[in-house]
Design a protein around this ligand. Structure first.
Ligand code: BG6
Length: 481
């Protein structure tokens, strides 16, 4: 299959931090289809050679195991090309079209790695130039909108030029192997399905914790906040993967129909439930990994009186027969105690305990990062012969050890899927709009709220109110257990 991959925003952060390293890994693993060209598009004048030099320098910032040798880079660089484009000028799209048509590749993937405010302009111009034929796909990176209205507007403009199956919305969490394994765990094994319901499960906790602060992205982050940055997309996508019904097939629309149903079943928020069930926080100075860390308000390009949340914890329910009454807790934040993303499925305790002592219940921990694995916590007797007291033991599965060779990173997987036209891991417009519909009452309620986000020390697990939210139902977060 021959392909042309066009990277709009070809000199930007996303391109050199994520896309080029991912493409290089795919190339190194021999997974990049032969006969491919990668065309970077940006505003300034450069030759192909200059662009290749620019990317080679950028690779110095990539972790060493993923850095190409001189010889590897030389072979990889043969695929890289550069074109100057002013994205407002129709004649530049005509030049792009001509460049693409000269070869007529089987597949053309247009990756919009630009600021999202340019998406409407680029999509309209692509459509007007006829760069939207059946072999063309357009890939859109988040943030896709700031609220429901702006997300709908982007979708409307994209739909005017591209069919839904040509528009691939990235949520890079879906590209993580651990997240795909969630689907394999549930629908490739008979073991868990009978237990995957309210009768056996007491609560589910989804945590996406980051140790880093907002870094140099203060201005972007301050306009965004944790709810838009992480909950509307990544955390809700994880929730849909946990809660969805088994799809009829492993096809994109069968999967996305089921995910959409979950989003539609989420308990809607109202002003009172936002006050009760959503905690927002903002980090203050503290210590992360033994090093002093500044507070959010001291970060570069963050206004000193900012009320943007850097932490969210919330409680919701999926209102259907399978999950009625089971709390789902979501939690995410910057400058927390560790970089740690995991999902805990807490099972109910045995109905009639016959062993002495306090009874812990079983739990399944799905680890997304930094490790990628599963832990099933069981209760067992130590066998010392002196006591019938049960102890907790866990069955650990480390996917990196179980499958050591060539595990594929999130962007590598998503780029390869975009080239192959596999849509399973991309978000459909109705899912995305439904997710915005659900978070919108929270945004509105915060906008009118006198109270500022609750402070928490950098390096902690967030404000104490997040623990109280879970404790109210008689539960604790996994690290408190
Ligand atoms: C991005 C957010 O979508 O995800 C960032 O914009 C966040 O703020 C990042 O740091 C987290 O991704 P990962 O893969 O490092 O967990």
């Amino acid at each position: 299959m021959s392909f042309d991959l066009v990277l709009f925003g070809g000199t930007g952060d996303l391109t050199w931090r994520k896309l080029m390293p991912a493409l290089f890994q795919a190339f190194r693993h021999g997974k990049l289809p032969a006969g491919g060209r990668v065309l970077a598009v940006a505003r300034d004048e450069r030759s192909d050679e200059m662009y290749r030099g620019f990317i080679r320098e950028r690779f110095a910032e990539v972790e060493s195991a993923k850095r190409p040798s001189e010889e590897e880079f030389a072979r990889f660089a043969e695929h890289l090309h550069y074109m100057r484009m002013d994205l407002s000028r129709p004649e530049h799209y005509a030049t792009l079209k001509h460049w693409l048509e000269q070869r007529g590749a089987d597949t053309v993937v247009l990756f919009l790695a630009t600021s999202p405010h340019l998406f409407p302009q680029i999509c309209t111009q692509l459509g007007a130039a006829g760069l939207n034929g059946a072999n063309v796909r357009v890939v859109l990176e988040k943030p896709l909108g700031h609220d429901l209205a702006s997300a709908r507007e982007i979708n409307r403009v994209v739909a005017a030029s591209f069919h839904e199956r040509q528009a691939l919305r990235i949520d890079h969490y879906l590209g993580k192997t651990a997240v795909q394994n969630l689907s394999a765990l549930r629908f490739g094994n008979a073991l868990f399905e009978p237990l995957w319901r309210r009768e056996s499960i007491s609560n589910i906790q989804i945590t996406i914790a980051e140790a880093l602060g907002v870094g140099t992205r203060g201005d972007f982050y301050d306009r965004t906040g944790a709810l838009r940055d992480m909950v509307q997309n990544h955390a809700l996508q994880l929730l849909t993967m946990i809660a969805m019904e088994p799809p009829a097939t492993n096809d994109a629309d069968a999967i996305r129909d089921e995910k959409l149903k979950v989003l539609r079943s989420l308990k809607p928020f109202a002003r009172e439930s936002v006050a009760r069930d959503v905690v927002r926080g903002q980090y203050r100075t503290g210590t992360v990994d033994g090093q002093p860390a500044p507070g959010y308000l001291e970060e570069v390009r963050v206004p000193a009186d900012s009320r943007t949340e850097t932490f969210v914890a919330l409680r919701t329910e999926v209102q259907n027969w399978r999950w009625a009454g089971v709390p789902f807790y979501l939690r995410t934040g910057k400058r927390l105690a560790a970089r740690d993303a995991h999902i805990v499925v807490n099972f109910r305790p045995v109905p009639h305990p016959i062993f002495p002592g306090a009874h812990q219940a079983n739990k399944l921990v799905i680890k997304l990062q930094p490790e990628d694995g599963l832990e099933l916590h069981l209760l067992a007797l130590k066998g010392t012969g002196t006591s019938d007291l049960l102890s907790s033991v866990s069955l650990d599965l480390d996917f990196d050890k179980a499958f050591p060779s060539q595990r594929v990173g999130a962007y590598e997987r998503l780029l390869l899927d975009a080239l192959a036209g596999r849509l399973n891991l991309f978000v459909r417009s109705d899912e995305q709009e439904q997710a915005w519909t659900w978070v919108e009452p929270i945004l509105k309620s915060w906008a009118d709220d006198e109270q500022a986000p609750r402070p928490y020390a950098a390096g902690s697990w967030g404000p104490p109110a997040a623990s109280a939210l879970v404790a109210r139902d008689g539960f604790v977060w996994s690290e408190e257990a």
